[in-house]
Ligand binder design. Sequence first.
Ligand code: ADP
Ligand code: ZN
Length: 606
Amino acid sequence: MATSALDILHRVFGYAGFRGEQQAIIAQVAGGGDALVLMPTGGGKSLCYQIPALLRDGTAIVVSPLIALMQDQVEALRQFGVAAAFLNSSLDARAQSEVERDFAAGRLKLLYVAPERLLSERCLDLIAKTKVALFAIDEAHCVSQWGHDFRPEYRQLTILHERFPDIPRIALTATADAPTRREIVERLNLGGARQFVSSFDRKNILYRVVEKDNSRRQLKDFLGQHQGESGIVYCLSRRKVEETAAWLCEQGIAALPYHAGMDAGTRARNQQRFLREDAIVMCATIAFGMGIDKPDVRFVAHVDLPKSLEGYYQETGRAGRDGLPAEAWMCYGLGDVVTLAQFIAQSESGEERKRVERAKLDALLGYAEISTCRRRHLLAYFGEKAENDNCGNCDNCLSPPVAFDGTELAQKALSCVYRTGQRYGVGHLTNVLRGVDDERVRSLAHDRLSVFGIGAGLDERQWRAIFRQLVANGLLATDADGYGVLRLTQSARGVLRGETRVSLRKPASREERRVTRKAARGERTRQSLDIAPHEAPLWDALRATRARLAREQGVPAYVIFHDATLLEMLRARPRDADELGAISGVGAAKLERYGGAFLDTVREAA
Ligand code: ADP
Ligand code: ZN
């Protein structure tokens, strides 16, 4: 059994070996057992049902919630030479009956179906009359009411088990948390399924958090490090999405907006362009996301704070599905925390829900301000222990922040909050500390307070950084319904009385910040993929060949070959079909269809 699975992996998909638990999962399902698969985005879930589909008799039915993406998945399979089709509302009656005929005649190995379609009597009848190899339920977390992807039709999928108890089922999701997992098992009646839980670590993603200063300039600098690459820029509001996209376009960057307030046509067109073209920057709210299985998203940037660490991990997880280097970058300031706290306060939710949301915001802030490994922190949040203390691929591991005893500075800041009556935001507090003699300070007579000017040694940015850390450490709280007003918490007392010491991360001075920025610009290569200048001509030629083939068929470029496969071609410079066929991602069907074109490209560039 294992040998034939491996054989399919080699021959059809052109991959050298299985990843993680793929082999065990495939054996379980191909052998007729049920499985629940929890694997991070990019972990390789699709093969877990595609290979059993090829090993078993009959057609595999794949339930997938997003019709927009079924087409690309089916296209990708056809490129590998696998007979696949989809049934959803985008097909006209004629195309639909054609697919149904193929299915009934056993001509399909995989059939992708939207849940509402699958649950129709017509479809269930058809299934009853046809040989079905297995049911794969993709994005299985859609059964969970707590996630933001809840789909009521998913709840009814238990019908599959009731009607067809002998057909194996495999449910897959990238949502890791225990409550969701329990709900999937319960709702889909998967108590007897074997569970396969993979590590959720995304080793190829570099995590970076920067303090917000001039967010447009910071975003532009960041995008400058990712020229020619596809990525997503997440914003909190629709308006900000529109403004950011328009501004980036003015700057000569190919950016598109995406949010739920746009008309469906434009939205679909923008998504399509993002999937099909190279190097589009998608400015989006979180409405853009689930099922974006474009493998070569090289960065995900957050210019506003996400709502929770769960959301952050899902959103950043859309980067680097192909396993190549990718970056998750976040730019945030105390203002974002204030905005989100206000959102929570003003929402219609009940007190209990608000408490949960505030706790999620605190967790996020904790992540943003942490001075140790971010990956370790993220994994711990999801209940997983990191392999190492130092991951070597996050900002804090790459250039560890310097911690110092900040008790005295904390005392100054906290006293300032106290003396001014716990009624002001960080801007005014900083002015008082620095002894800025402005009108507001004078009219409030804050220049006569003992704290006036006691913090003149630090600049405004440094004080902001300290205030942020005090909020993150739970010594200060942002007033939920106010305008960024900071109040002391219970724990602040111990610090003011000198009983508790506070460790802070050293805030960089203006000069130090300038130097770091310059160094960051210089040291990073133009692209994440580290293409050396002498390799650039062949790289561009390979991409051009791929783009041409994709255009001719109206499919996304990555459906022809992934970047990882092109990179291997670039480095191996294959001279004949044998050498080309040995490259990962070049299966028999693709070798036959595209081998000539790519061998020519390599030859001509030599
Ligand atoms: P997921 O659905 O878990 O996000 P995919 O199934 O889309 O992930 O796989 C992610 C990428 O990894 C795809 O480009 C896929 O072709 C590739 N991949 C999956 N398994 C293997 C493997 N065993 N060897 C090489 N590449 C693989
Ligand atoms: Zn790290």
